[in-house]
Design a protein. Structure first.
Length: 345
């Protein structure tokens, strides 16, 4: 054996051993961090089976686990009546997530290139990938329709915050029954105040689907203002309904929307307060949560909404009545992007 070959074998062995050592250190550090969090009162997280089938295992919450450790960023689940109990992690990582009727949409980091890459992945009830599409920017919102037949997502393609006005979004809708893909809601015709409206600065975000899965509500941003719009998927149109509405979330019965509203005399980086809108009467009600919420809420049932606020490990989930009564209460620590499975309508 030549000297050069012996040297190559030695170098290869050293590199392999170094890689094994680094991997072992990373695993040990993650486990130690998870144990430290558990000792500090944090959640216990273990790998197991996670299903999106409604009613499978009772009423449950599926969410992005933010607890530090080897299962951080994975979809995890807990019983809805024991949210502080042990978490079951799936091994599937998502940055944004939503699910309904056995269908999930997972916005995740792709990797493999010099620049960050992201994908929108449609998941079946067993969290198996059904289809995937590349994203044009940073994931920020995701929704699945009540019947599980439609998926929508929003990404930032310029800027990275809704707080200011210097940002650009792209919102897409996928019909899982037909394969029809609307790459951008900006291609829909817009009607404002009864007239066709066109502008170069149009942005959409925060889709929420109607129970019949034929339409949706969303936010339209243009001219420094935001509007609640009602969308018709078949006609490919949106119609403005109300000003100063962002990230709407439609109630299970389709009668109310909870949204974030910009209110006066608030800091520029945290200008919102949650409000409820009665679609029949137009009456607005501020919710009891007085902190600024930069999230699209999720209805946990017909009377309560859940939302994320900054926490020690990235985000915590809270819940508050949707009628303006009561007070906000902690729901899940170290968690983001929840979906309620088996939720009552």
């Amino acid at each position: 054996m030549t000297f050069q070959r012996r040297l190559l074998i030695l170098v290869t062995a050293v590199v392999l051993l170094a890689g094994v050592g680094v991997a072992a250190v990373v695993r040990a550090s993650s486990r130690a961090a998870e144990k430290d969090q558990a000792r500090a009162g944090g959640p216990v997280v273990e790998r197991g089976r996670v299903s999106l089938t409604p009613g499978d295992g009772g009423r449950r919450i599926v969410f992005r686990n933010m607890a530090w450790g080897p299962h951080r960023d994975e979809l995890a689940t807990v019983p809805a009546d024991r949210p502080d109990g042990p978490r079951t992690a799936s091994g599937v990582s998502c940055l944004r997530f939503h699910a309904a009727a056995g269908t999930g949409v997972c916005l995740q980091a792709g990797g493999g290139g010099v620049q960050d890459a992201y994908r929108a992945v449609v998941l079946d009830a067993g969290l198996k990938e059904v289809s995937a599409r590349d994203l044009a920017g940073i994931p920020t919102r995701a929704r699945v329709s009540p019947g599980g037949h439609l998926a929508a997502w929003t990404v930032f393609v310029g800027g990275d915050s809704y707080a200011g006005t210097d940002f650009s979004t792209r919102t897409s809708v996928l019909d899982l029954r037909t394969g029809t893909f609307e790459a951008s809601l900006e291609d829909f015709a817009i009607r404002r105040d009864g007239q066709e409206y066109k502008a170069a600065d149009v942005n959409f975000w925060g889709v929420t689907f109607t129970p019949d899965e034929r339409g949706f509500y969303a936010t339209l941003g243009t001219g420094g203002k935001t509007y609640l719009v009602r969308g018709d998927l078949a006609a490919r149109t949106v119609t403005t309904l109300r000003e100063n509405v962002e990230c709407p979330s439609l109630s299970p019965d389709g009668t109310r929307i909870v949204f974030k509203k910009r209110v006066p005399d608030q800091p520029a980086e945290s200008p919102w307060r949650l409000h409820a809108l009665d679609l029949a009467t137009g009456a607005e009600t501020p919710l009891a949560e007085r902190r600024s919420v930069d999230d699209q809420v999720v209805w946990t049932d017909g009377a309560t909404v859940a939302y994320a606020l900054p926490g020690d490990f990235g985000a915590d989930l809270y819940a508050v009545p949707a009628d303006g009564t009561g007070a906000p209460a902690p729901l899940l620590a170290s968690a983001l992007a929840p979906a309620l499975l088996g939720a009552t309508r």
